[in-house]
Design a protein around this ligand. Sequence first.
Ligand SMILES: Cc1cc2nc3c(=O)[nH]c(=O)nc-3n(C[C@H](O)[C@H](O)[C@H](O)COP(=O)(O)OP(=O)(O)OC[C@H]3O[C@@H](n4cnc5c(N)ncnc54)[C@H](O)[C@@H]3O)c2cc1C
Length: 394
Amino acid sequence: MTELQSRTGAHTDVPQVIDFELTDELKAFQADAREYAETELAPFAEAWDREARFPRDAIAKAAARGYLKVTIPTEYGGTDLGNLASCVMLEEINAACPSTGVTVSVHNSLVCSLLAKQGSHEQKERYFPKLRDGEWIGAYCLSEAGSGSDAAALTCAARDAGDHFVIDGPKLWITTGSEAALFVVFARTGEDRVKGITAFLVEREWPGVGIGKKERKLGIKASPTVEILLEGVKVPKSNVLGEVGRGFNVALDTLDGGRLGIASQSLGIARHAIDTIREHLRTQVDAKGRPTAHQADQWELADLAADLDACRMLTWRAAVLRDRGLPCGPQAAMAKLKASLLANRAARSAVSILGPAGLSGAAERLMRDARICEIYEGVTDIQRLVIARGELAR
Ligand SMILES: Cc1cc2nc3c(=O)[nH]c(=O)nc-3n(C[C@H](O)[C@H](O)[C@H](O)COP(=O)(O)OP(=O)(O)OC[C@H]3O[C@@H](n4cnc5c(N)ncnc54)[C@H](O)[C@@H]3O)c2cc1C
């Protein structure tokens, strides 16, 4: 028995180490996602961005490969691969097209995983067959004009009318809102700031559900972000998601998963920026083929490469915690904080290092797309707030 074993009471003969390798199953899934991203997304992403065109066919192909059912339990026809698999897949997709990336991320991490965790058997039987094959896309409606970082300030009202609720009030900045057929809507069922919020499943085709203005954005232009209008929408009580009055906790728990999706989006953007810098520096050689790139540029490449690995480890660690059903709030916030800052730095460096070419080629799109990673699923300062609360509670 080793000294460590006698001190800790560990039973294993082998020292416990962290395994940084993906399983063979996940490596194959990663390779499949990379092939999808390189063939179905990368050649078209620039045009989709320029025309602000939603990549409907590419999403259908993602569904055909099973990418829209990774958080759906197997008994409802999903693959239930979980959060780590989702992160691995999303890094690949986002390295090619962050607009497709956020569509897939919201559908999986904010809608399907929420339904899997909180939904009744009847709700799962009704909606998962449509969601798993991409027939229906899901959207997540939490934010309002006066409620984003302060989610508990939402005012969208759900009035109890016997066997149903009546929902009134617009939702703002809803990703894929104009394409979605199912909305998770957070609305106020009571006066208490936190305990007065309930989550509902609302279908696009129900009377009173409308699509408002579409935002004209800096980046991820191929992902439509719209206002969702809810005017006198009758929602049967069977469509309450989870318990009445528990919506705020549900929203926060779901956001931990969503943050892993945006951390992975950031990893994909950062990786694309680093690849762009590397390829550019490789072209700078003397007559004998020796690198002549400025040392400052090489050091920036080195720092970015090291930070990318560090951020990926943070992201995968939080994903593993979540897959094990353990709390991961501060860990997911750390991943999102660090990865989103890295995506912005890497994209900015790519533009700088490429010189004038950086302003017109793929690097300029990277810089525009990276900016949003610091905003949605909680702005950068909110990630710091979550981490600081975790630290102070230790
Ligand atoms: C492209 C896009 C897509 C989106 N998709 C969705 C979606 O699908 N569903 C959805 O529900 N929402 C969505 N959102 C909304 C998004 O989550 C919110 O915009 C975000 O949470 C920020 O909230 P806010 O807009 O109210 O900004 P604010 O809360 O007003 O934040 C603005 C700034 O104020 C400061 N700040 C605010 N509060 C604090 C604080 N407590 N401590 C320190 N500083 C603070 C920060 O500097 C922050 O950057 C989307 C937004 C965008 C831009």
